[in-house]
Design a protein around this ligand. Sequence first.
Ligand code: NAI
Length: 328
Amino acid sequence: VSTPAVVTVTGAAGQIGYALAFRIASGQLLGPDTPVRLRMLEIPPAVKAAEGVAMELDDCAFPLLDGIDITDDAKAAFDGVNVALLVGARPRTKGMERGDLLSANGGIFGPQGEAINAGAASDVRVLVVGNPANTNAYIASSHAPDVPADRFTAMTRLDHNRALAQLRHRTGAAIDDIARLAIWGNHSATQYPDLTHATIGGRPALEVVGDDAWVRDTFIPTVAKRGAAIIEARGASSAASAANAAIDHVHTWVHGTPSGDWTSAGVVSDGSYGVPEGLISSFPVTAAGGAYTIVPDLDVDAFSRERIDASVAELVEEREAVRALGLV
Ligand code: NAI
């Protein structure tokens, strides 16, 4: 049996945390050969609730769960961490300006980045789920100069999975027959779910769908606004599907993408596809050898160019705003 991996979840007593913790502890994050030491970081008022989650985790008697630590101290939470899932964030409340939202999150993700920089294991991988996820990841990475920037990622796997589901509904295809779908840009309503390279059973997805108006007027907005539709229906934001996507994101990062396929993740730009270097933007990515790599040399048609540019412009604005606020 290998030594346990330290997996830290922030916001562990929240709704995504509650859906995530059990799947991590059961082995779905890192696989059946890796025991897990689970660290839960919460703010003081939620520590008691985290203790309740820990009691339930105990009661599952998961063979792979080596132990649980609960803390409200970021330094302790990230000491020796191998996988950090940054879920806890400051939600936007009524009347809150964007600057206030970014400042509040800068106050969370800046210090967490510093704590990761100070104490994380050399192989640390960070996934930011808490919104605004791309910019929060950018803030955390900026505060962790000794950690390679490609270890900080933001979650767009939920958007990717939502796009797969919409395409399945439209075409009747099996999920496993759909390949090369991509989410570009920001995890926000400006994101661009891209079918131009996607295939279904080897055939171009756009040809199978045969209806460009559906792609433009139904598919793209349905995927981009799915989060709001869930809130409307459930009276609460996506939690189990978000946790599922976080599991997928890390599992793929560690175990790789199938040959001939790719996935989507918010990763640091190397300047590819006209996305300014250093921004954390969603791209089509492959994973191999424990690293995500941007899929190179794809043709970008005029429509895609416009959509990618619009979402990236939003990321640039967010970066300018956090710079102006002195958060990075
Ligand atoms: P929630 O409000 O149920 O839970 C958040 C938890 O974070 C709370 O328990 C809170 O006490 C904790 N927290 C707040 N500040 C913290 C800090 N400084 N350190 C540690 N913990 C802290 O929220 P939920 O539903 O679990 O969502 C979490 C985040 O994930 C939100 O920002 C949400 O917008 C985002 N999200 C992102 C998605 C994506 O696809 N990237 C999808 C769905 C949600």
